[in-house]
Design a protein around this ligand. Structure first.
Ligand SMILES: [Zn+2]
Ligand SMILES: [Zn+2]
Length: 221
């Protein structure tokens, strides 16, 4: 880090580095939908977006850094380092959520992969901003961002639903708002991956239950 003051371009580069692409995509779509937010508010966990009047904090969580149960991929090197990094990130996210909620905020965490369906994400944010928004309600509800599963609850996951990446993991409490805390072995949790880790330690963000799930894809059943 340079000791001298930053030049203007250095400063701009720094600011831009916070504006990661998926986040920009969401911001554009929200703006187009008439939703007005604040950026980088000084709130617990530094939400990516915040709606001050409605007290809604929005986080966009990267699938790797925040332990996406569909896409987390365990690096081949520095196993211990990544393991504690991931667990720390997940626990810090939950602590930030608790702090926000205790201050009267609603929190929504959006997986980076969910931004592929940007309309569904915007719709869910609009519903949280204004539950009486009938224009939003009348649209067909494709997928809830909060991911409370209507599917049969089951512990752990099997990769059998290869084609459906949305409902192949769930907690026994019925929530599928599940994060990876740690994995044993290397490879990706993505159902279509060639190599998967042996097992994954999962935490449910709804009931805080922690369990270890075997990971197996394909025909092993
Ligand atoms: Zn993901
Ligand atoms: Zn649970």
């Amino acid at each position: 880090m340079p000791k001298r003051p930053l030049t203007r371009s250095e400063n701009m580069a720094r600011i831009r580095s916070r504006d990661t692409k998926p986040e920009l995509l969401l911001r554009k779509a929200l703006w187009a939908a008439g939703c007005r937010y604040r950026l980088y508010c000084d709130l617990p966990g530094r939400p990516d977006l915040a709606f001050l009047r409605e007290q809604l904090a929005v986080f966009v969580d990267g699938c790797f850094w925040h332990g996406c149960p569909v896409h987390y991929s365990a690096p081949r090197t520095r196993e211990q380092f990544w393991k504690s990094k991931l667990a720390n990130n997940v626990r810090r996210d939950m602590a930030a959520d608790d702090a926000l909620i205790s201050q009267g905020w609603q929190v929504i965490r959006i997986w980076q992969h969910e931004l592929k369906d940007i309309d569904a994400v915007v719709k869910n944010i609009r519903l949280l901003l204004d539950p009486s928004d009938s224009a939003v309600y009348s649209q067909e509800n494709t997928r809830a961002v909060m991911k409370i599963s209507e599917q049969t609850a089951s512990y752990g996951f099997s990769g059998r639903n290869k084609d459906d990446e949305t409902n192949w993991y769930a907690c026994g409490c019925g929530s599928s708002d599940v994060r990876v805390l740690a994995v044993k072995g290397h490879g990706s949790l993505r159902p279509s991956s060639r190599q998967s880790p042996e097992s994954a330690e999962l935490i449910c963000r709804t009931c805080r239950n922690i369990w270890t799930a075997q990971v197996f894809f394909g025909d092993k059943n």
